[in-house]
Design a protein around this ligand. Structure first.
Ligand SMILES: [Zn+2]
Length: 429
């Protein structure tokens, strides 16, 4: 084989030149100048480039609000009052996970929605409580949901005032407690015998942790942390410690310590019927809860207050017989039934161990016994088992912590600080 006498350029160059000229003509063909576009055509072009918006977007309208009333029918509101498409409501309700929320609407719940100018629903919010809710966002055929939760901010406020008509009325005029005045006054009434001993002209200063929801003006919750009450008949100061109980500035417990039984420890009475929420009633035979502890004791046995307190009721009932209720503060009450004789009067202050009555067999009773009940915040509890406040005094390290927490609130005696640095937590007002 011999090599070809022609060199490669002489063979390749002519077709290459033809190809280049074709390519050049194809790349730059002679073309007429395009006519100037009309405004309408330009708009159409602009709209076509965003294929979600072949039509100009209808403007979203402002959020609407509605609070559910007794007897409201969502389908009726939706169609007749809000003029929203019924089909959209059914799409929301048919959603297995979240649709139920709309079937369970309760009076007082709040709905917010926003539609566009064509009447299509864009978003719906349901506030199931002041703090929590759910939001549906509608985007064409898609529905997106999210749980709503308002941020809560807590801050400590100090409110002071003078009682003119009642403490509740004095607190109702405090802007810092707006929305929570009733709750705060009820919390204080659990600790102090205000209804009997508050007088016009009494001075008070309260320390309250107020929780507000994001953007809210009114309190969402309020927790009484401390009080200083200086009145004609009632003087008391105390603050809440880590164990949620109230202690006086000297570290003694505001709530008195409790005896386990409403009689002296030297007595040992047999329990004839224990606390039992599923008991068969001994006379009627039906299941009826026994909210107390029955002690078999001879008629005339002394019944003693298990803790300091105030006599709330002395009465006679067909079932309970002669009957006494004591209030020990902090939500603790005790009840005594079937008594033969009562030795106290409503409003009396009683001391731990003081004889308040003699046991008996009055009312519906199968034999001489004492029925003794303990209730915490209205709820019957087993007085023989429930942990009872027995701490009468904070230990010294607890007392130091307690005083540090409330150093800005109480004027503790100078010797109280033991030379330790006092951490101030200033109230906002
Ligand atoms: Zn009983």
């Amino acid at each position: 084989m011999s090599r070809s006498p022609l060199s490669w350029p002489s063979v390749l160059l002519p077709p290459l030149l033809i190809a280049l000229s074709v390519a050049f003509w194809w790349r730059y063909p002679p073309r007429p100048e395009p006519p100037p576009m009309s405004d309408q055509a330009l708009l159409r072009l602009a709209a076509d480039t965003d294929f979600h918006n072949l039509e100009p977007t209808p403007a979203p309208l402002p959020w609407e609000h509605y609070t559910i009333q007794q007897g409201d029918l969502l389908t009726h509101l939706w169609k007749e009052q809000w003029q929203l498409p019924t089909a959209t409501l059914y799409r929301l309700i048919e959603d297995a996970d979240q649709g139920q929320r709309l079937n369970r609407l309760r009076p007082g719940q709040h709905l917010e929605w926003r539609a566009d100018s064509d009447g299509r629903l864009l978003a719906l919010r349901l506030w199931e409580s002041d703090a929590e809710g759910y939001q549906w966002d509608l985007d064409g055929d898609a529905i997106h949901g999210q749980v709503l939760e308002k941020e809560r901010a807590s801050h400590r406020v100090r409110v002071a005032g003078i009682v003119r008509t009642s403490l509740a009325a004095a607190l109702a005029g405090q802007p810092a407690l707006a929305g929570a005045a009733g709750s705060v006054s009820a919390q204080l009434a659990e600790l102090l015998p205000l209804s009997r001993q508050a007088r016009r002209g009494d001075h008070f200063s309260l320390l309250v942790d107020v929780e507000r929801l994001d953007g809210g003006e009114r309190a969402y919750s309020a927790k009484l942390m401390g009080f200083d009450y200086q009145g004609a008949r009632l003087q008391a100061s105390a603050a809440r410690f880590d164990d949620d109980r109230f202690y006086r500035p000297d570290g003694t417990s505001l709530l008195p310590s409790f005896w386990r039984h409403p009689f002296a420890e030297s007595h040992h009475y047999r329990i004839s019927s224990p606390f039992n929420l599923h008991r068969h009633h001994p006379i009627t035979g039906r299941i009826s809860p026994h909210y107390g502890t029955d002690f078999a004791m001879p008629t005339g046995s002394p019944v003693a207050a298990p803790a300091d307190g105030v006599v709330r009721r002395v009465t006679h009932g067909l079932l309970a017989g002669n009957y006494v209720v004591l209030d020990h503060g902090n939500g603790y009450r005790t009840r005594y039934m079937h008594l033969s004789k009562v030795r106290v009067h409503p409003g009396d202050t009683v001391r731990q161990g003081q004889v308040i009555a003699l046991s008996g067999n009055t009312g519906r009773s199968t034999g001489p016994h004492l029925h003794y009940e303990l209730r915490m915040n209205g709820r019957p509890v087993n007085a023989m088992k429930v942990p009872l406040p027995t701490k009468g005094q904070l230990a010294s390290d607890e007392l130091t912590r307690f005083r540090n927490q409330y150093a800005a609130y109480f004027d503790f005696p100078a010797d109280a600080n033991d030379g330790t640095e006092v951490a101030h937590r200033d109230p906002e007002q």
